[in-house]
Design a protein around this ligand. Structure first.
Ligand SMILES: [Zn+2]
Length: 351
């Protein structure tokens, strides 16, 4: 989850990737890609999943670009928030923007081709350039539901009198928006180019209203209540650890594994020498298999010849551990928000 306070200077100096972090499901898929052979029968399916999540992520990034024209620059932005209502029913919002006088939920669509929306039936049809078609839920119906749930969530926690607005924005330049005959497109549907104007209209509309109270407390509460959807893509793709190639990827050559000699990692393709390339491999492990690792598993995953070398490496990592001797388990501890930028360096396809 990425969260930040935007101000006008930061908006211009922050690299986009720092602002909206890739979702953890995309990170997990990218880790699997680093260890799955391109000729594996599952590879096309993996690629499809990566493309779908990466397209959503690209949409998030471009939204940030379009928000540069908003008149009230000191708003709070939260991305990819999933909350539970009554502690059981989950609902997810692409973006929650907290302005001084209202809250805005933005649903980002990164679809291409001809997109026709039928508000009466609650459906949206996408016709791609290759002639294929896909049907989705009407995004207005989608944000309506999100806003309704979010209002209930606020109410449950005693936040009253906070207006919740919603917008849908199509951020891809290669999209043509159409309406189903006779029914006007809902005015809350917009393209990236116009979203700044629409937000400015809302700012204007609320200008005589009171400032929202407790927004910092609300922000903290939303972040604390965020419940990311845990999806195990290994299971979803029907993969077992045996399908994966263990090893330490060369940071410069995609899918080339390094060799460990006299305390350093060596790439036979580009000649790179590194002391700490194994950290990325352990981060891959963390995303694919979870935080728990043993000496034996680390030896296997890093393709080391000796248990002693594995132990030396694990000792240097200073990990929390439990159990004794060969039953000792270590706990890898990485942050989804800041430790995985290496994964976005090599996409397995052209974006
Ligand atoms: Zn290399």
């Amino acid at each position: 989850m990425g969260c930040l306070r935007l101000n006008s200077d930061e908006k211009r100096s922050c690299p986009l990737s720092k602002v909206f972090e890739p979702p953890n499901q995309l990170l997990q898929l990218m880790s699997i890609d680093r260890h799955l052979r391109d000729d594996d029968p599952t590879f096309p399916k993996l690629l499809e999943e990566i493309k779908s999540f990466d397209s959503g992520y690209a949409g998030e990034q471009s939204l940030h670009y379009y928000l540069g024209t908003v008149l009230e620059p000191h708003f709070q932005a939260l991305q990819g928030i999933r909350l539970l209502l009554d502690h059981k029913h989950a609902f997810q919002m692409d973006h929650i923007l907290i302005f001084s006088k209202f809250i805005l939920i933005v649903e980002v669509k990164n679809l291409t081709g001809i997109v026709t929306i039928d508000h009466e039936l609650g459906l949206m049809y996408q016709e791609k350039s290759d002639g294929s078609t896909k049907t989705y839920q009407d995004p207005i119906a989608q944000v309506h539901k999100q806003a309704y749930h979010f209002r209930s969530w606020l109410h449950e926690r005693g936040y009253t009198g906070m207006p919740v607005e919603n917008l849908v924005t199509f951020v891809n330049r290669n999209v043509v928006l159409k309406r189903e005959s006779g029914v006007e497109l809902d005015p809350r549907i917009t393209t990236g180019y116009k979203i700044g104007d629409l937000i400015n209209q809302l700012i204007n509309q609320y200008k005589d209203c009171y400032h929202l109270k407790n927004t910092h407390q609300l922000l903290r509460e939303i972040k604390r209540s965020h419940t990311p959807l845990e999806v195990n893509h290994m299971d979803k793709l029907n993969l077992t650890p045996r399908n994966l190639v263990p090893g330490v990827n060369c940071p410069d050559c995609h899918k080339v594994m390094l060799n460990y000699r006299s305390g350093k990692w060596h790439c036979s393709k580009c000649g790179l020498v590194s002391r700490d390339a194994h950290i990325s491999a352990l981060k891959d492990y963390f995303l694919i298999f979870g935080p728990e690792i043993t000496n034996k598993k680390l030896k296997y995953w890093l393709r080391l010849d000796s248990a002693d070398v594995a132990y030396q490496i694990i000792k240097k990592l200073n990990l929390r551990s439990s159990g004794k001797n060969r039953y000792r388990k270590y706990r890898l501890n990485y942050s989804i928000d800041s430790d995985f930028s290496y994964l976005m360096k090599h996409r397995p396809y052209k974006r």
